[in-house]
Write a protein that binds this ligand. Structure first.
Ligand SMILES: Cc1ncc(COP(=O)(O)O)c(C=O)c1O
Length: 404
């Protein structure tokens, strides 16, 4: 009898690098009311600007021309008026560019896939901060790179000059998963390293707008343009998204880069999905133009309260052998557990025995995982739930470090 499943052995080798994500698994539990959600970094439904979205769709469908355009294919580089608006928005962030430097993507995740496709041949070296956003690592994985770690201590960067990395992926503002920021001095040093070693810098600015305390730090892109005088002579590819500020369901993100790079990425987009949803880009434009230039106070108030509740609860309940980051923005706190603890077992037992969903830290490392780590998110749970959840986690740490 023929084995009809012989095609299973025909998968391309690159697919063996792709494994299921713990975050996607935790996502399935988001509707479960018995579970305290400290795992996924989804925007809280209470901060989504529903009224503005309703007004925006009424305005689009109330105008014949706009309605017709909204239901059509659009240009691969993105909806013109949104790109024009983004030129002004980027100017407000200190970045001088034109529409030739801007492309719309179906979420910044799509940009990471396209950049992997454009730059990585199997075995090429790419540099990443570790730990790093799992989604970007998964996107790069399918192009079979070798990973080189960009250590947090910039004093060690000099030795990376000859690394011949194709690019360095960095998330300088409130990095997922650590919540930490790269200092302005280190941003300059990273650009200097990129210049010396001839690589591109991919700057993932996903959480740029979600700063709760302290002064804004200029983007790596803005610093690069400041040094070269012109984005066309730069070496930064900047990505951003409306996912955390409006809604991830729009799947609208954008890339800002020298026009040569935008043209290549546009060709890849044509071959991939032709164009992002025109309707969603129109919605994003309507909402962003009334909302994104405002201080987004309601959203920031909600997340600041939750961040503070998490830090207070950690201080109150955790044993001294656990340390954590104190983020000034973003959605995450990173736990460093006692070295004897395994973060994967911690996350599993938290879920199974204590109804608290968290993410173990190891999958955020492309190489040399630190197993005694975990990521907590404060975006979805209320301050009271956060207090209860952290108390339960602290109880579990005590059980795991000194089992009865
Ligand atoms: C650092 C980082 N970059 C990018 C993304 C993905 O964003 P998008 O929804 O635009 O694909 C996320 C989502 O969690 C993220 O944490």
């Amino acid at each position: 009898v023929d084995d009809v499943r012989t095609w299973v052995s025909s998968y391309a080798p690159r697919i063996s690098r792709i494994s299921p994500s713990e975050i996607r698994e935790r996502m399935k539990l988001v509707g479960d009311r018995a579970m305290i959600q400290l795992g996924v970094g989804l925007p809280d439904p209470s901060v989504v600007p529903y009224e503005l979205l309703r007004e925006a769709s009424a305005a689009i469908f109330g105008d014949r021309e706009q309605a017709a355009a909204s239901m059509q294919y659009g240009p691969s580089e993105g909806y013109g008026p949104l790109r024009e608006w983004l030129v002004e928005y980027m100017r407000s962030l200190g970045v001088e560019c034109s529409t030739h430097n801007i492309m719309i993507v179906s979420g910044s995740q799509q940009a990471f896939d396209f950049l992997g496709k454009l730059f990585i041949a199997a075995g090429d070296t790419v540099m990443v901060q570790t730990p790093s956003f799992i989604g970007a690592l998964r996107a790069f994985d399918s192009y079979e790179p070798r990973y080189l770690m960009l250590p947090d201590d910039s004093g060690a960067w000099e030795s990376l000059d000859k690394a011949r990395a194709k690019f360095c992926y960095t998330s300088p503002d409130f990095r997922n998963p650590t919540g930490t920021c790269m200092s302005v001095g280190d941003r300059h040093k990273l650009l200097a390293l990129a210049r010396r070693s001839g690589m591109l810098v991919i700057e993932d600015a996903c959480y740029e707008k979600l700063r709760y305390d302290g002064a804004t730090i200029p983007s790596v892109l803005a610093l690069d343009i400041g040094a070269s005088g012109d984005i066309e002579r730069g070496r930064v590819c900047y990505t951003n998204t409306f996912s955390k500020t409006i809604s991830p369901s729009l799947r609208v993100g954008w890339v800002v880069a020298p026009s040569e790079l935008i043209q290549k990425l546009t060709l890849i987009k044509q071959a991939s999905d032709l164009a992002s949803s025109t309707f969603n880009q129109m919605l994003a434009l309507h909402v962003a133009s009334t909302y994104l230039l405002s201080p987004m106070q309601a959203m920031k108030r909600t997340y600041t309260e939750r961040r503070d509740a998490m830090l207070d609860a950690l201080r109150k309940h955790m044993p001294d052998s656990v340390t954590w980051t104190e983020p000034a923005g973003g959605l995450y706190v990173w736990l460093q557990l006692p070295p004897s603890m395994d973060g994967a077992e911690f996350a599993l037992r938290a879920l199974r025995d204590h109804s608290v969903s968290i993410i173990s830290g190891q999958s955020f490392f492309p190489v040399a995982p630190d197993r005694a780590t975990a990521r907590l998110s404060f975006s979805l749970a209320t301050p009271d739930e956060i207090g209860v959840g952290v108390a339960r986690l602290a109880q579990l740490v005590r059980q795991m470090i000194s089992p009865a």
